[in-house]
Design a protein around this ligand. Structure first.
Ligand code: FAD
Ligand code: SF4
Ligand code: SF4
Length: 1020
């Protein structure tokens, strides 16, 4: 039995006092000093892990003013505050051992859109894609692009002065900032923008902090103009944090925003921004130019720039190969045909053209491709081939792939994983190839693998060397490589911090700035005299105070190495999360991650759960407990033997006894087990997999709730209950029973049995059970068209008409369906951590199904989640003995001839598909398969992009989850279901999704096979 984790790192008294004071001073947001929240916000995407004392979530500007004012009281001047947005920084920018001030949870409103004047006013926590979705209807967009656009906040972008693809045309974030509203540490609020000389005189005459700041910044600019001019490189990626070179803009106006942009939370809380917008180019095209050598791709980029494209991005073969293995490749494969020569592509330049006029675009692209053709005819042997993608939709898909590239690198096999620490160097583009040549030499000398990609037009290349930070020897390479790369950037007139900001790497600032560094310190001291805001980064307020050092901040590797290797490997599905934050995806119509979207609590995200799992395993290891051994012991022990101690422990839990495991448990229980993380996370973090392992161990110490037995046992009880459906339904229907079920069993809206006798219905349809005996009697003609339908408890007993209609549809298509006798699939057991029982159920079911499959007749399943368990959860316990059960559409799509021949038997129709999350994220082609099947039968089937429906198996039926389940439904499904335009056209593949629309909107959605049956002519 696992021990109680009764103690974790305690919160310092000073911080508890500060939090208490906030509570009594009118702070209206959330105050979270709990260990789970602290653990989850201890990482960003960097190599570091720093445990904060707590996390606070302000609701408003006045909350932040309260935080600021209190922090200046003499008793609190040692309080340290680190603002945080999406937490996607790559250099520890938002990490702190003080208080994290997370503005993304509540301060995320778009306040004002002025389409005519092309600007918007937003709160700092608004995510970049959220903003662009809101202004798209006006034909406008916020131009600076970054790979993390679906989770990075405007506050974070401003503070790192983010930019990325297209920066040569569109500039950096600060180029689009018109006004900033900042809460300064004295609690005052200041709105900054470019100001005239008179306005400047007026402000700098003030005797308060804002007046002092203006006077100081102006004097630094005037007194050190020559030095600033000499020091600051003339790059597209100008030097931020603090950008002394742009204190006055091109018109000579004083603009404090240029100091605030890129200040990485070290000067104040930026709460609102007025941002300049641009019209969305109507037309775009992307030419993918392939190379046989990556260095040649880099060198060629300078040449290609002369053709004046909007942007040029490069990716190397490593990144390309990783993308090919990811779900994302599915959406872009058609744009990357194999070169006719059959040569291997070692690098690609993605060259983008945009225009507001179609002819203009076509002319530019033609001129460009004519040049490529002419070069090829003239014997150019650098480029292998090229292909062109036309239209915003196609171009955006390719950029989507490129955006995922950083994350994908983290998914490379092995323990040495590409990590960020020298990943955003910028040099003048003409120096890039030579710089990278030396950079690669350095990595090769140190035997480091790496992947590369980047914005070659701006001279920025992303390089992530692969290092196993758990290994203390390898860890030392961070210093070796960083120092050498810093020197290299200097040699090539570039910057170490070309795009992602400084963070912990601020260490290199004093050397870089030389005599100017003290001026940065003066600015810091004026804004933050006690060094409380994100200390140790950008600049310190006094010469005696040092910046952080890249090898003196705790790294994740140093903590992770405390987990024994075997345990690490045994939980590998969660250990490699690198915090890139893709699972914080803002888009409500994307499957990732419903529990995060429904709660906006990062503890309830894949990253949150992976972080907690790592910490939990570490805590267990600290106590001498090996989680894998515990699981083995548990499988050999008796349930009854441990009952008394579980009762005692549960009583302790009820009386409030602390155990960190409860915090982990709460996070795990919020997971819908939809498996979108397993499919979409670039690292393939699979929360349901480690969640089930955790639950197994957690319930070795504590009693399980009754509902778990109800859910886990349902598949086993259901055949018996189905014999007396009237009794079961009569017992479930009354209102008092609903209340009782909710209170005692923790279940709500439990579905009712259909009461349809499958045996009788099959007889009526002339369909036989799939037994070896029946199969032996099939004529060769019938056998050639036979298929075995594998039942699942949910559709067979609660949605029998769907099963029968599906079988009828198969008959209509000329197939001979046979139905496998029902055996529990066991997935609900796996989901809830009954791992021993699951292994037994899987084994029994596999024996039956493998026996049937030995006849050579394919096995197919109707429900996506249950069917995909055969290749997911089953393979984990049975390996190659897992039966091969295809999704019905995967198999149908292989029956092309029969389908095409049947086309004339179907009326034409136009339908809309709502695919199940597990299916669309874990069996990517399955959605397209339905479209192919429909089109072969004369139907059009358009896919509607939606997030999760909120049901996901039994999640939405569990009383504790109902509110979140309904909230998740509202985020995406509700509008689709209630849109009158969609009426009669929608079809859903998942049992869960159909139950959810039925219970919330009273809409019964058909399964795609039911649609086909309806369209079948002889049916009408
Ligand atoms: C996979 C990956 C790809 C990336 N690609 C790019 C890219 O293409 N281009 C690019 O520029 N960056 C990129 N980054 C880095 C990162 O996404 C950006 O720096 C982004 O702007 C950070 O935004 P955030 O909301 O996550 O901010 P956070 O990481 O939360 O914070 C960043 C900094 O801003 C400060 N901050 C945040 N909000 C406030 C506020 N309201 N007031 C004051 N200070 C605040 C924090 O203290 C911190 O110093 C990438 C990161 C990852 C993980
Ligand atoms: S769970 Fe996956 S997507 Fe989320 S932060 Fe970790 S690695 Fe990134
Ligand atoms: S399974 Fe679904 S709900 Fe659970 S963490 Fe993964 S994406 Fe989120």
């Amino acid at each position: 039995m696992i021990p109680r984790i009764d103690q974790t790192s305690p919160v310092q008294a000073l911080y508890l006092a500060f939090i208490d004071r906030l509570r009594t001073s009118g702070f209206s947001g959330d105050l979270n000093p709990d260990y789970a929240t602290r653990t989850v916000l201890a990482t960003d995407n960097s190599i570091y892990q720093v445990l904060p004392q707590g996390v606070i979530y302000p609701q408003s500007n006045s909350d932040l003013a309260i935080v600021a004012r209190l922090s200046q009281l003499p008793e609190f001047t040692r309080i340290v505050l680190s603002p945080r947005g999406g937490g996607t920084g790559t250099n520890g920018q938002s990490l702190t051992d003080g208080l994290v001030v997370d503005t993304s949870k509540y301060m995320n409103a778009i306040l004002e859109i002025n389409a005519e004047e092309r600007w918007v006013r937003v709160q700092c926590g608004v995510v970049k894609d959220q903003l662009n979705a809101a202004i798209k209807p006006y034909g406008l967009f916020f131009a600076p692009e970054l790979s993390t656009s679906n989770r990075a906040t405007i506050g974070g972008m401003i503070n790192t002065d983010a930019s990325g693809q297209g920066s040569c045309r569109y500039g950096k974030t600060r180029d689009h900032v018109l006004e900033l509203k900042t809460i300064l540490l004295d609690g005052s609020e200041w709105t900054s923008r470019a100001i005239t000389e008179e306005e400047f005189e007026c402000v700098s005459a003030r005797s308060d902090r804002i007046g002092e700041i203006h006077k100081l910044v102006d004097s630094i600019q005037r007194e050190h103009a020559d030095l600033i001019d000499a020091k600051f490189p003339k790059l597209n990626r100008c030097l931020t944090g603090y950008d002394l070179a742009h204190i006055r803009d091109e018109q000579g106006q004083f603009n404090l925003n240029n100091i605030l942009c890129g200040s990485e939370g070290t000067l104040g809380f930026i709460v609102e921004a007025k941002i300049n917008l641009l019209p969305i180019p109507k037309y775009s095209a992307l030419i993918n130019v392939n190379y046989r050598d990556f260095n040649a791709a880099l060198r060629d980029a300078t040449q290609l720039m002369k053709a004046d494209p909007t942007s040029i991005e490069t990716v190397d073969s490593k990144v390309l190969n990783l993308a090919m293995k990811d779900i994302v490749w599915h959406s872009v494969a058609e744009f990357f045909p194999e070169p006719a020569s059959g040569e291997k592509i070692q690098g690609i330049n993605l060259v983008e053209y945009t225009a507001h006029d179609e002819t203009e675009l076509k002319t530019s692209v033609k001129k460009f491709t004519d040049q490529l053709d002419a070069d090829a005819n003239n014997g150019d042997n650098v480029r292998i081939s090229y292909s062109t993608a036309w239209g915003n939709e196609s171009v955006n898909k390719i950029w989507g792939m490129r955006k995922k590239a950083v994350g994908l690198l983290g998914g490379a096999a092995g323990e040495a994983r590409p990590i960020p620490f020298v990943e955003d160097t910028a040099v003048p583009p003409e120096n890039l190839a030579d710089f990278i040549f030396e950079f690669r030499q350095l990595l090769d000398e140190n035997n480091l693998a790496y992947g590369m990609f980047g914005h070659v037009d701006a001279g920025v290349l992303h390089v992530r060397p692969a290092i196993d930070m758990k290994d203390p020897v390898q860890e030392k390479l961070v210093r070796v490589i960083s120092d050498r790369v810093a020197e290299l950037t200097h040699k090539y007139n570039g910057l170490l911090w070309g795009e992602h900001g400084k963070g912990v790497r601020s260490e290199y600032a004093p050397k870089f700035f030389g005599e100017l560094y003290p001026q940065l310190q003066r600015i810091k001291a004026e804004f933050d005299p006690h060094n409380q805001l994100n200390p140790g980064k950008i600049a310190t307020p006094a010469p005696s105070i040092e910046l952080l050092k890249i090898d003196e901040v705790t790294t994740r590797g140093q903590i992770d190495r405390k987990i024994p290797v075997k345990v690490w490997e045994g939980y590998s599905e969660g250990m490699h999360c690198n915090g890139n934050g893709l699972c914080y995806n803002w888009n409500p119509n994307d499957a990732m991650c419903p529990s995060w979207k429904g709660t906006r609590n990062r503890v309830h995200s894949p990253k949150g759960r992976a972080s907690l799992m790592r910490e939990w395993l570490k805590q267990m290891s600290d106590r001498g407990i090996n989680a894998l051994d515990e699981s083995k012991k548990l499988k050999q022990s008796s349930f009854l033997f441990s009952l008394p101690s579980r009762i005692i422990n549960s009583l302790g839990k009820r009386s409030g006894e602390y155990d960190f495991s409860h915090e982990v448990h709460e996070s795990m229980m919020g997971c819908l087990a939809c498996k979108s993380c397993a499919g979409q996370c670039p690292i393939k973090v699979d929360v349901p997999e480690f969640r089930s392992k955790f639950l197994e161990l957690y319930y070795s110490r504590y009693l399980r709730p009754l509902k778990d037995y109800f859910i886990g046992g349902l598949e086993f009880m259901i055949p018996t209950l189905a014999r007396v459906p009237w009794l079961y339904n009569a017992a479930m229907k009354p209102k008092f029973m609903h209340r009782l079920m909710a209170k005692v069993a923790g279940m709500v809206d439990s579905p009712l049995l259909t009461g349809i006798n499958l045996q009788t219905s099959l007889n009526n349809l002339g369909i036989e059970w799939a037994t070896l005996e029946n199969i032996a009697h099939l004529s060769p003609a019938k056998k050639s068209k036979a298929v075995i339908f594998v039942q699942d408890a949910f559709t067979s007993y609660f949605e029998t008409p769907v099963v029968l209609d599906s079988l009828k549809a198969l008959q209509a298509l000329g197939f001979t369906p046979l139905v496998a006798p029902f055996k529990p699939n066991g997935k609900p057991l796996q989901v809830h951590g009954f791992l021993k029982a699951f292994a037994k159920a899987a084994d029994a079911n596999a024996t039956l199904l493998n026996g049937l499959a030995s006849s050579g007749i394919p096995l197919i399943g109707l429900d996506p989640a249950m069917t995909l368990a055969y290749r997911g959860e089953y393979q984990k316990v049975l390996g190659t003995n897992a039966p091969n059960v295809q999704l019905i559409q995967e198999w149908l799509v292989s029956q092309k001839e029969l389908l095409t021949n049947s086309k004339e038997n179907f009326h034409a129709g136009d339908y809309l598909l709502l695919a199940h999350c597990t299916e669309k994220t874990n069996a990517v082609s399955s959605v397209k398969d339905w479209q192919t099947v429909f089109s072969q039968l004369g139907q059009t089937l358009r896919v509607i992009e939606t997030g999760c429906c909120g049901m996901s198996g039994t999640y939405g039926h569990e009383a504790a989850n109902v509110d979140t389940s309904k909230k998740i439904y509202q985020l995406s499904w509700s509008a689709v279901i209630n849109n009158p335009v969609n009426a009669g056209k929608l079809t859903a593949t998942g049992y869960s999704c159909r139950s959810q629309t039925k219970r919330i909107d009273k809409v019964t959605l058909p399964h795609p096979l039911q649609i086909l049956l309806k369209q079948y002519k002889q049916q009408t």
